[in-house]
Design a protein around this ligand. Structure first.
Ligand code: B16
Ligand code: MG
Length: 216
């Protein structure tokens, strides 16, 4: 029986990927490392440290440099976040969150981002969320199931009562590993392992459509 929905943030509820890209690109240019939008795709849903490792791609760095570059990138990202408003919710998101609440299901957030609470506040969706799990909640990043299990526990639900919505391949793998049903947001090539794939996100999708597809 489905009792709750757990949402990833970046790529599912809003698209902060461009802000992450601009912040990483600024850092990469300063360090003198090649980085472009194609390479940025590999950072989808990936933790801040792991993102930097992918960006550096073997470029030598001390631990002090790693820490300082992560902080610098985050400063650039936080600057850009000041622009985020309710209008940055992806199409169909507000309506699905409203439907979930009205129908008496629980909703939780499970984002790898340490800035997730700030983004939630700027998007003005806190009143739709019964729990927030973020980059501070667990150690092991997706595809480990830990963040989604943290979200389920925070909602007071068993994993099999939860449905995860994710845009990253590692996120779908994490949802499956957690024993949850999964909704993949984006192309089949990326999220095809999910129980349902919504190529265009929640735009034009009702809660009844989702429940029907998951249970049917
Ligand atoms: P921060 P999600 C992820 O958010 C982003 O997709 C990823 O690009 C970012 O590196 C990660 O959060 C950590 O973010 O640097 O703000 O802690 O998709 O898990 O909502
Ligand atoms: Mg994501």
């Amino acid at each position: 029986m489905i009792k709750g929905f757990i949402f990833d943030l970046d790529g599912v509820l809003t698209d902060t990927a461009n802000f992450h890209y601009l912040a990483w690109k600024r850092l990469a240019d300063e360090i003198g490392v090649d980085f472009d939008r194609d390479r940025n795709e590999a950072l989808r849903g990936v933790s801040r440290r792991q993102s930097l490792m992918i960006l550096l791609d073997g470029y030598p760095a001390t631990e002090d440099q790693i820490v300082s570059w992560m902080e610098r990138k985050n400063g650039y990202y936080v600057e850009l976040l000041q622009e985020i408003r309710e209008t940055n919710l992806l199409p169909g998101v507000e309506s699905i969150l409203q439907d979930i609440q009205s129908a008496g299901y629980l909703a939780g957030l499970a984002s790898a981002s340490k800035n997730a609470r700030d983004v939630v506040q700027k998007l003005n969706i806190g009143h739709f969320l019964n729990s927030i799990s973020d980059g501070y909640s667990v150690e092991a990043p997706k595809p480990a199931p830990d963040l989604f299990l943290h979200a389920a526990r925070s909602l007071g639900l068993n994993p099999e009562e939860c449905v995860v919505a994710e845009d990253a391949e590692a996120g779908i793998e994490a949802g499956i590993a957690a024993g949850m049903k999964t909704i993949g947001i984006g192309p089949m090539a990326r999220v095809g392992k999910a129980d349902i794939v919504l190529e265009n996100g929640f735009d034009g999708i009702t809660l009844a459509d989702i429940i029907g597809k998951l249970l049917g």
